[in-house]
Design a protein around this ligand. Sequence first.
Ligand code: CO
Length: 140
Amino acid sequence: MPTPSMEDHIEIIYSLIEQKGYARVSDIAEALSVLPSSVTKMVQKLDKDGYLIYERYRGLVLTPQGQKLGKRLVKRHDLLEQFLRLIGVEEERIYNDVEGIEHHLSWNSINRIADLVQVLEENPQLIEKLEKLKNEEKNS
Ligand code: CO
């Protein structure tokens, strides 16, 4: 099982490669607000564990195992953002809240939240009800 920090690295590497076609240690470090030296260490561990192939001067490539996990982690992140947005969490809190909870939920919980998101999307009156409750809370 990858640790939360391993998951963070694989998640960001996967999105960087999706967006730019490559992932550099400096970009990963910046995205995660950590030192490049600690990214290098982690990348070496992920290489050893079979998630990616790291060559100092040629950059890094995810293995099929790393790609599969990366895709799953990015999907999980997006789902949780969607969930918090649907229930009315303030936009500026969403990203950090997701970063805080994503590693600590089981896939069982993630799948149940995915179902809930689907139910909410299919029933806009439930979202209106949530919005109403939120506004009542604000005005009390
Ligand atoms: Co995330």
